[in-house]
Write a protein that binds this ligand. Structure first.
Ligand code: NAD
Length: 369
């Protein structure tokens, strides 16, 4: 791992997820900007201290001195956004497979370059859009592709958080948050951090592409540089329309990601805070509720649960499913379409963020993705 140390939010999710399918062992890494912290953290995990590195350069150099069968195979990049591109590029060029956090880069050009390098090096490159790993999201994808809701005519994705509310009203507090600093976060806070997950969920579940957006962003204060809230109207590749609503100032909301997709036969609705329920509304019939691990679910869903029905699974399991997809890809085994988000999903995400920003800057006009 690079980043993801004990001083991080997302590192623990990756570590637990990596273990879930018995496919990965954590060997070492450059876990933290604070090397002392990284060392004590690695000691707690009883990692070999010779595989705990100060920088990514040290990691690459030292791992390359080892015989290939002892070397790390896959590196997870879980640092703040501005480091994803340079670190992933170095790692790919050095022959590692990469699992990188989102947003995959800070520009679409960088993301496309990573895509090209990964293709040239025949490396597996995953972008951790974690929510695609939930069994009921995969069930939703399967049901939509099987035509169970008919022709899609409306999508509505919402991602509401409130954690920036206590921060945003005080310029001094804002300075402590890297997600509000363009030099660390890139050109967007809200759309880049969470709007991009909603975007990915729409394309993932529907199998459609979002072709253009009309976006209205809110920075809340003139001296705050990045968006903390925004709404994007969508035009999709089958002619249907929709909306992405994202906010980090939806006061007191926690991690309220929801997606609803409606076709001409019915609709499917899922929410992250109650992830084991998928609601199927059907024209003229009572609503049905799907749950993981049941005989009526798709093969892809069944492959994404570990225990019999009735044992709730959550965010760690969702990320675990993505790690399992990566393992299958590295071993060149068969895997379901959508088993892990790829670099192309990272490229699409960057294009969405850029189009949303452009649309807003031009005075809320339609912008192609
Ligand atoms: P964080 O600030 O909590 O942690 C960042 C980590 O990176 C820390 O351990 C820090 O010490 C380390 N780091 C910083 N610079 C480094 C360097 N030069 N070398 C090595 N380590 C370094 O951030 P976070 O909230 O964990 O977010 C990290 C990334 O994960 C972001 O890109 C974020 O968008 C993404 N993220 C994704 C999800 C998801 O649902 N997939 C959720 C949260 C965060």
């Amino acid at each position: 791992m690079v980043g993801g140390g004990s001083d991080s939010l997302i590192g623990v999710v990756h570590r637990i997820a990596a273990n879930m399918g018995d496919n990965f062992n954590l060997i070492g890494g450059a876990f933290s900007i604070d090397f002392k912290l990284a060392e004590s953290f690695a000691a707690k995990l009883e990692l070999d201290h010779t595989r705990v590195y100060k920088t990514i350069d040290d990691l690459i150099k030292s791992e390359h001195l080892l015989p290939e069968n002892e070397r790390m195979q896959v590196i997870t990049v879980a640092t703040p956004n501005f480091l994803h591109y340079s670190m992933s590029k170095q790692l790919l060029e050095a022959g590692f497979h990469v699992i990188c956090e989102k947003p995959v880069t800070t520009t679409s050009e960088e993301a496309i370059e990573l895509q090209q390098i990964a293709e040239r090096r025949q490396a597996v490159f995953a972008v951790t859009h974690t929510y695609t790993g939930y069994p009921m999201v995969r069930q939703m994808k399967s049901m939509i592709s099987e035509g169970m809701i008919g022709k899609i005519q409306k999508v509505d994705a919402q991602y509401y958080q409130g954690w920036i509310n206590p921060v945003i009203h005080d310029p001094e507090e804002r300075k402590k948050v890297w997600r509000l600093d363009p030099s660390k976060a890139g050109s967007s806070c809200c759309m880049g951090d969470i709007g991009v997950h909603a975007f990915n969920m729409v394309e993932y579940t529907t199998g459609l592409t979002i072709d253009s957006v009309l976006c209205d962003l809110n920075m809340l204060y003139d001296d705050n540089l990045l968006d903390v809230d925004g709404s994007s109207f969508l035009r999709l590749s089958n002619g249907s329309k929709g909306i992405i609503r994202a906010s980090q100032i939806a006061t007191a909301e926690e991690n309220n990601l929801r997606i609803a997709v409606y076709g001409d036969k019915g609709g499917l609705k899922w929410e992250q805070e109650n992830p084991n329920y998928l609601y199927h509304v059907i024209e003229g019939q009572p609503m049905q509720v799907y749950k993981p691990g049941n005989p009526y679910t798709s093969d892809f869903e069944k492959k994404s649960v570990k225990l019999p029905s009735g044992h709730p699974e959550g965010i760690f399991d969702a990320m675990g499913n993505i790690y399992n997809g990566v393992a299958a890809a590295i071993r060149e085994e068969d895997y379901f379409d959508g088993a892990y988000p790829k670099i192309i999903d990272g490229v699409r995400g960057m294009r969405f963020i850029e189009a949303a920003l452009k649309s807003n800057a031009k005075g809320q006009v339609w912008e192609e993705i």
